[in-house]
Design a protein around this ligand. Structure first.
Ligand SMILES: *[C@@H]1O[C@H](CO)[C@@H](O)[C@H](O)[C@H]1NC(C)=O
Ligand SMILES: *[C@@H]1O[C@H](CO)[C@@H](O)[C@H](O)[C@H]1NC(C)=O
Ligand SMILES: *[C@@H]1O[C@H](CO)[C@@H](O)[C@H](O)[C@H]1NC(C)=O
Ligand SMILES: *[C@@H]1O[C@H](CO)[C@@H](O)[C@H](O)[C@H]1NC(C)=O
Ligand SMILES: *[C@@H]1O[C@H](CO)[C@@H](O)[C@H](O)[C@H]1NC(C)=O
Length: 456
């Protein structure tokens, strides 16, 4: 029996190896040595796969880098963990499906050429995305969260433990959006599977005030979301020279008159490549429409949008997250107080939201800030920008704060996507909590959601 199982796993591993190196045509024969990861996969922005940020997970999705995720010093004891998590891999939104339909029918009716990838698009690929998919979580997205739960439990076994889960010391909160609710349920399921819990279910709180604060901030809605000039830099870039060159190159590869290829359609084709990879882990023939430079231009365009809509571009973008910032720090303050009495009972809080939840908060706290703003005419000058969403907000992106009791006092460790993240302006990788409070004292004493967001 054991022999059979190991033989089977050997065959599976061998098959996996082969599938990992070659794309297999529908007839089953090995067609060519096309890797299953598109070369442009690291430029997908917020549509990127979590594994591109942490490539060691490709070989073992449950592996935890213990040398990265360890206490600040051996005498420290983890007493609390808060995790702010973006939902997992999802279907395109209705709006984007419409654009994907547009470009796919244009290619089917107008494109010509003998390239294999074009033949594959025309004869083997079918447009399987439908409007009713509506941004829902896909199966890969459920896995993203189940696996993340297991890895976090492995990394922090005293906090994310069966005892704490059963004892109600792990709190769950989510945005009301279906993909977030499905994500938090998958996270819970990951823990239940890990400990083979079948006799219990675990509640979550739906809280849009905290997890979708951007919908509640009237000033943000008026000044940015509904303001046709707030994203002017993004609009200018989309109609500028770099994007024009991408449109012309794409039109040339398809042999379609470039007047028929809009920025919308170029973006939609890029999305098809990104979604086919994120959802099905395949290197779609659509990816062959783009070279690395094209992908970098499209990445910059998407970063510009996030920068002006969710990031440093407008002050209110960041300030709209004041409520979530205070929610997290009020909790840490409670932990700090309880710790003085040796009485910490809030072990873990898991809060599920969106890229739109994480991006404003990361900006508010000063992460990934460039010296010079991202603008429509700074594509070349911003080659080395730190505001590169492909690197820090893939699907299932997560910001984890861990509080430790150490001999010198409480320390706070920050992890972004399971890697240490230094607080801006603080050298220590896990500073004393009072040093963190000092660094953020302006926000702790101000950053009033009501004052910032209410309109006269
Ligand atoms: C774990 O992290 C260390 C320190 O950054 C790094 O040197 C090592 O390569 C990582 N291990 C894996 C498997 O990625
Ligand atoms: C689809 O393409 C047509 C023709 O180019 C255009 O008028 C329409 O607005 C496009 N629809 C979407 C959703 O992009
Ligand atoms: C819209 O955005 C522009 C650019 O940021 C700003 O100057 C203008 O005041 C905003 N308009 C409204 C109504 O908020
Ligand atoms: C601090 O913790 C103690 C013991 O748990 C509690 O009685 C007290 O109300 C807390 N104070 C604050 C300000 O939270
Ligand atoms: C970006 O970084 C590379 C490597 O450090 C450097 O050669 C290049 O000049 C930088 N580009 C810009 C625009 O700063």
């Amino acid at each position: 029996m054991i022999y059979t199982v190991s033989k089977l796993s050997f065959i599976l591993a061998a098959l996996n190896f082969i599938l990992g190196r070659f794309s297999i045509s529908s007839a089953g024969n090995v067609k060519s040595a096309i890797p299953d990861i598109p070369e442009i996969a690291k430029y997908f922005g917020t549509k990127g796969r979590y594994e591109e940020v942490n490539p060691y997970l490709i070989d073992d999705i449950l592996s935890v880098n213990k040398s990265l995720l360890k206490p600040p010093s051996p005498d420290c004891n983890a007493v609390h963990l808060t995790a702010l998590i973006r939902h997992g891999t999802r279907y395109p939104t209705t709006q984007n499906v419409k654009k994907m339909l547009n470009i796919s029918s244009l290619v089917l009716t107008h494109a010509s050429g003998n390239e294999i990838w074009l033949q594959d698009i025309k004869t083997k690929w079918n447009m399987w995305y439908t409007e009713d998919m509506d941004g829902r979580l896909v199966e890969k997205g459920r896995e993203d969260l189940r696996h993340l739960a297991v890895r976090l439990a492995t990394a922090f076994p005293t906090l994310i433990s069966e005892g704490n889960l059963r004892g109600n010391r792990i709190k769950f909160m989510t945005s009301s959006k279906h993909r977030c609710v499905d994500s938090i349920n998958s996270f819970k399921q990951g823990l239940k599977n890990l400990w083979k819990i079948e006799d219990m279910d675990f509640d979550h709180e739906v809280n849009d005030e905290l997890m979708r604060f951007f919908d509640r901030c009237r000033r943000f809605i008026k000044d940015v979301a509904q303001n046709s000039t707030a994203l002017a830099e993004f609009d200018l870039f989309r109609s500028g020279a770099e994007m024009k060159s991408v449109r012309e190159k794409v039109a040339g590869r398809l042999q379609i008159p470039h007047t028929l290829i809009t920025t919308d359609s170029v973006e939609a084709a890029f999305y098809v490549c990104a979604y086919e990879f994120a959802i099905k882990t395949i290197n779609s023939p659509w990816c062959s429409l783009f070279d690395e430079t094209d992908a970098q231009v499209l990445e910059y365009s998407s970063d510009l949008k996030q920068y002006w809509k969710r990031g440093y571009g407008h002050d209110i973008n960041q300030k709209s997250s004041c409520s979530l910032f205070h929610d997290v720090f009020n909790r840490l303050d409670r932990i700090a107080n309880a710790s003085r009495f040796g009485d910490v009972t809030e072990a873990v809080t898991v809060q599920l939201g969106h890229a739109d939840t994480l991006l404003p908060l990361l900006s508010l706290m000063g992460f990934f800030r460039d010296d010079v703003p991202l603008t429509s005419d700074s594509y070349a000058a911003q080659q080395n920008r730190t505001y590169r969403t492909s690197r820090f907000v893939p699907y299932a992106a997560n910001l984890v704060l861990v509080m430790y009791e150490c001999s010198e006092g409480l320390r706070l460790q920050l992890l972004l996507n399971e890697q240490p993240l230094a607080f801006p302006g603080i050298g220590h990788p896990a500073p004393l909590y009072r040093a963190v409070r000092e660094a953020f004292q302006d926000l702790l004493q101000g950053c009033d959601f009501r004052k910032e967001c209410e309109m006269p």
